[in-house]
Design a protein around this ligand. Structure first.
Ligand SMILES: [Fe+2]
Length: 188
């Protein structure tokens, strides 16, 4: 019986909260992703020729990103630091691949297709790649809690995942635009 190298295991709620700092509220990234996913759009995303993203919300408890995927776009193998997260497909379809370590130590890539309206949840330390293997454009919403601060990318070498030295961190991102540019107007 194999296992995923990391992530997906349920985690105990935080303990021993420092009384001097406000307690974090428990946020379910999948629930946030489902609700926000039904309320956002990205006009013009279908014309983008490269994988593109927008930070649409960031609070002390979670952040949310829209990602536009032209056909063939890939994220490459990465983690999300210690953040838990969820991926919700709004339109098009995506494929998640996960490095799976077997009992003999060998690593293969497990894959699952993600169709519109489907939400995948994952734990801290989860490593995956996400790609759009179709010819159609896809749009997805990604929610992380606590908010994403770093991501490490990996190269696979045989049965090893080798972290790349250049981690992504939030300082690389431009300040995010008003969410009004992506929120659908309320129905009259
Ligand atoms: Fe990811």
């Amino acid at each position: 019986m194999g296992r995923f190298p990391s992530g997906d295991e349920p985690r105990r709620p935080g303990r021993d909260v420092d009384r001097a700092t406000p307690a974090r509220r428990h946020v379910d990234p999948a629930a946030v992703a489902r609700r926000l996913g039904a309320a956002v759009q990205w006009p013009g995303a279908g014309a983008l020729r490269d994988r593109s993203w927008r930070l649409i919300a960031r609070t002390g408890d979670f952040d949310a990103w829209l990602i536009a995927w032209p056909g063939g776009a890939t994220a490459e193998l990465h983690d999300h630091g210690s953040s838990r997260g969820a991926l919700h497909v709004i339109s098009g379809s995506l494929v998640e691949t996960i490095p799976w370590r077997d009992d003999d130590g060998s690593v293969t890539l497990a894959r699952r297709d993600v169709q519109p309206g489907v939400t995948l949840a994952f734990g801290g330390g989860h490593v995956h790649d996400v790609r759009n293997e179709s010819a159609e454009h896809a749009l997805s919403l990604h929610v992380y809690s606590p908010p994403l601060t770093s991501m490490t990318y990996y190269d696979r070498s045989g049965d090893r995942l080798i972290p790349r030295p250049d981690r992504w961190d939030l300082s690389r991102e431009a300040p995010y635009p008003s969410a009004r540019s992506v929120l659908r107007p309320a129905a009259p």
